[in-house]
Unconditional design. Structure first.
Lengths: 366, 366
DNA sequence: GTCGTTCCTGTAAGCGCTTTCACTCCGCTT
DNA sequence: AAGCGGAGTGAAAGCGCTTACAGGAACGAC
């Protein structure tokens, strides 16, 4: 290492010095300039290559050298710069998840399941909620440049964006969305369970007039449920509502929509696109002096916590929210590990949960 | 631009070529190599500096040049590399949020409020849930190297980690945690509302025997509530429980803890550290054939959705969960914008929500 | 005409890592 | 005694941007 060391650290010292005095850098709140690998190398009397090797364990390093490097790292509280590493490696060791809105237990649970597995696999996770903003495309593209792979929920962004992303070779996992390009997809089962739910209402309870609450254009999940709902009614020769009663996916909107609906007609059963709408609907019914389920039956979807505690207990369909996120995280990881097999389209099972809001049963569950 | 252009693009072309053929790069799933600023520059017949200027708008560029660059960008579907930009700028344009666990409506709402504001301010957000993992320190440090600022909830990590982070000049906002170093903090009001809640139970309802359910060591919030609860009892000369009944913050644990407790003693009122525990406790009471609130009163904290829908309605204290996240995001942004003023310690107001689970009132809130 | 000025643009030096290549020792074989 | 292979290390080229600095050109003003 003779004179070389000196040269190295000197050369670098000059650079650093120049950088520090360099004007024009906006004054961020950052104060204590982090140590760089050059400083560590200088202190340990080795080259930066060796420091890197010690830290990453990519090549044998003599014990004596290693420990010198390690103490230098320690003394300087050195933490390698993530962006420099990413730039050099061409990887981020991070992946993202995009959803239309984080509100509501559904998205929260999905993100939880995702984060847990991703963290386990050593990947950082970036979240982006588009909130239906106009700038969604831009935001997603920006996110894309920070990650190695992306999970996208529902119809957050258009097919063109997906195609663009896929075209860049960015591994994608789509959730609750129709397959696009070469991306993997995960969703939970909708058709069979929506059929089972509707059949239960028609055949076990004998209801003959229905309404469906919820938007069916913003999500593949709900449009599938709506379609299954209709087909069961049609097959049973029960009047089929022309269209769903539009309503966004929160409680207040469910309450308002149900209130308006119940003042006009009086369907015997309200099938709602998710639990929050359903809970809002129950509230609206009670405000109008209608008893649930005796005057009007109500069902939800998801089986969120409040569904279990509400009065009456809400009949709903449980979907494996965390598992959806977890599956996506695992699949993305496989892709990033080099799996180039055909896209997979996973459908996770759901479960009909009968409680009191849809009517009284023989063996009451609640 | 004469021969210069040629030189530039050539020189770069050689580099790129070398990079592409360069062996050893692990085969990630990435396929379609993204375009770089060099290719855009070559195509538009300008230097990379000009491309950068067009894209960032940092200096005047002739209209003709600008449009040539823009078309090149378009044709090549160029998206600047985020890591290169971060490295050059010394900034990430991202910030992170760390919490012990994402489960439960509380954390979900905080994160939502945070994400919404951060995104609005043009910052990407990284989330990290430590899940009480051993590697928490490592994970947080890793996260720290990817962001310009960090929000940390509760006692996720030790003071030493915080000091280290702060020492590096990383702006920090602490939530629901005792002030440390020079970090800003936000929390919601605990003492006054816990006093009001307890006083209501003692004075308005006249209860004389109490239990407190929930861990008080893992969070400043709950330990403050516990302290306030005790002091009101002491002042009212009501027997004070020696210690809280330990119980983690989920429903199932609440149910189990309450079940065990109610089989031994029979406190007249159960004050719970959050709504989930309370809901679990209500369930346990009912399973034991006890009526809520007639045999045993129960109160929660947070006012999550299920609290409103449960039977009986849960008396609780509403805390501005989203606003906590939003405040943190805004404060962090101010810090990053250069605000170097004294650390702020914000306390957001809460609100006592009286429903039926604590006993019957004159004017029933339901 | 000459001399600022104002506009545009290019050159090149970083930013802080990773990794290839080359080279020096050493201990062992033949 | 010459050769070989492996272990350990350093030099330097990249990774893809941003930006200070240095002109060149066009335009008025005197």
């Amino acid at each position: 290492m003779k004179a070389l060391t000196g040269t190295t650290s000197d050369g670098r010292t000059v650079r650093r010095g120049a950088a520090v005095t360099r004007p024009g850098r906006e004054a961020t709140a950052r104060v204590g300039r982090d140590a760089t690998i050059y400083q560590v190398a200088a202190r340990a009397g080795v080259s930066i290559a060796t420091v890197s090797r010690v830290l990453r364990g990519t090549a044998p390093v003599a014990d004596a050298t290693r420990s010198r490097v390690l103490s230098a790292v320690d003394e300087l509280r050195f933490t390698p710069s993530r962006s420099a590493r990413s730039l050099a490696e061409g990887q981020h060791a991070a992946n993202g998840i995009v959803f239309p809105d984080l509100s509501g237990p559904y998205f929260a649970e999905v993100v939880l399941g995702y984060e847990e597995v991703a963290a386990e696999l050593g990947r950082s996770v970036l979240v982006l909620s588009t909130h239906g903003r106009q700038a969604a495309r831009q935001m997603v593209m920006d996110l894309a440049s920070r990650v190695d792979g992306l999970v996208i929920l529902g119809r957050t962004v258009g097919d063109d964006v997906l195609a663009d992303l896929a075209g860049r070779g960015l591994p994608l996992v789509l959730m609750a969305r129709d397959p696009v390009a070469s991306a993997d997809t995960v969703s939970s089962e909708n058709t069979a369970s929506a059929r089972a739910l509707t059949a239960h209402l028609v055949h076990d309870h004998g209801y003959r007039s229905f309404a469906y609450l919820g938007n069916t254009t913003t999500s593949r999940d709900t449009s599938q449920r709506w379609a299954a709902f209709r087909s069961v009614l049609r097959e049973a020769k029960v009047p089929v509502p022309r269209a769903p009663t539009p309503c966004s996916f929160d409680e207040e909107d469910g309450r308002v929509a149900a209130d308006r609906l119940l003042r006009r007609k009086r369907p015997r059963a309200l099938v709602c696109a998710n639990d929050e709408i359903a809970l809002g609907a129950v509230m609206a019914a009670e405000e109008l002096g209608l008893a649930v389920p005796d005057d009007v039956a109500v069902t939800g979807w998801d089986d969120v916590m409040a569904a279990r505690h509400s009065r009456p207990g809400l009949t709903t369909v449980r979907q494996p929210m965390r598992e959806l996120g977890a599956w996506a995280a695992r699949r993305l990881h496989e892709r990033l590990a080099g799996d180039a097999s055909e896209p997979r389209h996973e459908v996770l099972p759901t479960q009909l949960v009968q409680r009191a809001s849809c009517g009284h049963h023989q063996k009451e569950h609640q």
